[in-house]
Design a protein around this ligand. Structure first.
Ligand code: MF3
Ligand code: CO
Ligand code: CO
Length: 276
């Protein structure tokens, strides 16, 4: 039984009840600002994501850019995570920990940032191409972006979460890519990871119905090979079992009367590479 709960703009508590929250206009305004700030942080990274930089250097820029906007990184200290962002390179699917790894020519890297601004979470990620990237990897990145946008195109009242998953899965599998099942999108707002779970594969008309005021992320992880992942000894870094390349993009959206609003669009138009 799926439960929905209307949240008033004055609601002070970030509860994690399992019910799907339906937010009001004040919450949309909060998410608009947090989403925009998160997108601006990714925009600011473009000149930094080049061969020779470490993922720690990128993390430092993320932290500074968030602070400059009056926000804080939601991931820092989250369940013991040590980064202000996640940096997931090549066959790393998600949750790569920033550190001494040096970016090299030909790498593809997902950078996933979550800012907390005035209590609201702005969560978004993009792929970055490091130097000259082979066509096979660039194609994966392009198709993964298309998967996310096709999922977003299904985000409107009356549709179901399964419609989003189906659109993503259909496009990925048309290109013989694997859709990761072990991680999914999520409700967010004052809570970082809230109900519902947004799976990136599924059947039309299944799962919770979409209603105005729902906030959630769509963040498909797509592999050149099979969908299987494993988590490394560090307890975070998820990699493809078959070691094939993986890509991901993430937007946070809010369901409106007409469709959806994307909170995390790049103000500079840098939503997907190439950014030059
Ligand atoms: N930003 C990620 C997401 O999209 C979550 C990262 S949690 C961390 O949900 F601890 F790994 F940073
Ligand atoms: Co997310
Ligand atoms: Co994220």
């Amino acid at each position: 039984m799926i439960q929905y709960v209307a949240i008033s703009d004055a609601e002070p508590v970030a509860s994690r009840s399992g019910a799907i929250k339906l937010h009001g206009p004040g919450a949309f305004e909060g998410m608009r600002r947090a989403g925009r700030a998160a997108a601006e942080v990714l925009d600011a990274l473009v000149p930094h994501v080049v061969p020779g930089v470490t993922t720690q250097q990128i993390d430092d820029v993320v932290h500074a850019e968030m602070k400059a906007r009056g926000g804080l990184p939601a991931t820092l200290g989250y369940r013991g995570f040590t980064g202000s962002c996640c940096t997931s390179i090549n066959h790393v699917v998600c949750h790569g920990i920033p550190g001494e790894r040096v970016l090299k020519d030909g790498d593809i890297v997902n950078i996933d940032v979550t800012i907390i601004l005035d209590g609201w979470h702005g969560d978004t990620s993009r792929m970055f191409l490091v130097g000259d990237v082979p066509i096979r990897a660039r194609r994966l990145v392009d198709i993964t972006y298309e998967c996310m946008m096709l999922g977003i195109a299904q985000a409107r009242p009356g549709n179901h979460l399964g419609d989003i998953g189906h659109a993503i899965q259909t496009h990925a599998e048309r290109h013989r890519y694997g859709v990761v099942r072990d991680f999914c999108g999520h409700g967010l707002g004052r809570v970082f990871h809230d109900a519902p779970e947004v799976v990136h594969a599924g059947r039309p008309g299944t799962g919770p119905e979409l209603k105005p005021g729902m906030f959630f992320t769509i963040e498909p992880m797509i592999n050149i090979g099979k969908p299987g992942v494993k988590v490394l000894e560090d307890g975070w870094t998820a990699v493809t079992r078959d070691r094939t390349l993986s890509a991901q993009f993430e937007h946070a959206v809010g369901i409106t009367e007409e469709g959806c609003e994307i909170f995390t669009k790049s103000p500079a138009g840098l939503d997907k590479p190439p950014y030059a």
